[in-house]
Design a protein around this ligand. Sequence first.
Ligand SMILES: NC(=O)c1ccc[n+]([C@@H]2O[C@H](COP(=O)([O-])OP(=O)(O)OC[C@H]3O[C@@H](n4cnc5c(N)ncnc54)[C@H](O)[C@@H]3O)[C@@H](O)[C@H]2O)c1
Ligand SMILES: O=P(O)(O)OC[C@H](O)CO
Length: 328
Amino acid sequence: MTMRLGVIGGGAWGTALAQTVAGEGEPVLLWAREPEVVEAINADRENRLYLAGIPLAPGIRATTAIEDLGQCDALLVVTPAQHMRTILHMLPAGDRPLVLCAKGIEAGSAMLMSEVALEVQPAAAIAVLSGPTFAHEVAQGLPTAITLACDDEALGAALAQRIASPGFRPYASRDVIGAEVGGAVKNVLAIACGVVEGAGLGQNARAALISRGFAEMTRFGLARGAKAETLAGLAGLGDLVLTCSSTSSRNFSLGRGLGEGRSATDLLADRRTVAEGAFTAPVLRDAARAADVDMPVVEAVCALLDGSASVDAIVEQLLARPLRPEGE
Ligand SMILES: NC(=O)c1ccc[n+]([C@@H]2O[C@H](COP(=O)([O-])OP(=O)(O)OC[C@H]3O[C@@H](n4cnc5c(N)ncnc54)[C@H](O)[C@@H]3O)[C@@H](O)[C@H]2O)c1
Ligand SMILES: O=P(O)(O)OC[C@H](O)CO
């Protein structure tokens, strides 16, 4: 029997994932917070609030009743990272596998999403889905590849089989931590690349930031127990390249605004969609400092977000750092 999937979170990514796993007619249950999202999906086959203009598959049914997810065999958890703990507390306890799809580190605890999930739902098997995936492209069936990390190889293979489709290709990994670190850190680096664009610093600077940012991601990931090959794969470098080069990225767009001289407070006010990097940046900086991991680009993003330094001062500081071998 086909694995029945539920999706928690009716934002752009939850809706796009529901669309891809619904395929040609599989039933998928999508839980959303907003009654207007649920109503629009069920009545008009469209999520006008978060994924407007994309007709949704008939197999998707939306609900505001989280207990309805009890009918599902596995759940894709797609709420923003800072709300993940609260939502997981709302789920009935059980051993249903949870596939974590948010990209971020929890403020306060500095926990990755798998660590939060294990604390709140200790009986559940955990997998992580992460990679270069703009929701609107996935929802339209455009070709996409992604990392699906799960420590339990058999479960990972079953999940990969269930979510794969001709346009959506999961690559199996057992490195849950690596997949999570890649997704969380790239959002902060995408803000930095947006700043480069907004301030007109040029394409050389952007390429340098991607490359040196990747070195930061790798140092931090290795310190947290990630594997280097995961960070060099879809969930790390792959997603870094996507998010650092397109205004379709909310994180890149936020950075572009900062680079144009606008304040983070203004840019984040009244924003309906989530730019995860803004919330992950300070907790990532603190975690890196505590682990004695050098992350100058992440430090710079934090200074721009909290308004403690100007773009000019940041650029000057980064370029004045002592010369060093590239591999360090
Ligand atoms: N959009 C993408 O292309 C994409 C792709 C891959 C991963 N992601 C990740 O997926 C996660 C969800 O992003 P998204 O793009 O679906 O979100 P979104 O920006 O489209 O929508 C915001 C979401 O946040 C939810 N939300 C707002 N306040 C909340 C609260 N107090 N409690 C619980 N939920 C609340 C909303 O209900 C909505 O589901 C993020 O971690 C993001 O990094 C997004
Ligand atoms: O729009 P962003 O910056 O949240 O990026 C979306 C996805 O994470 C890209 O893989």
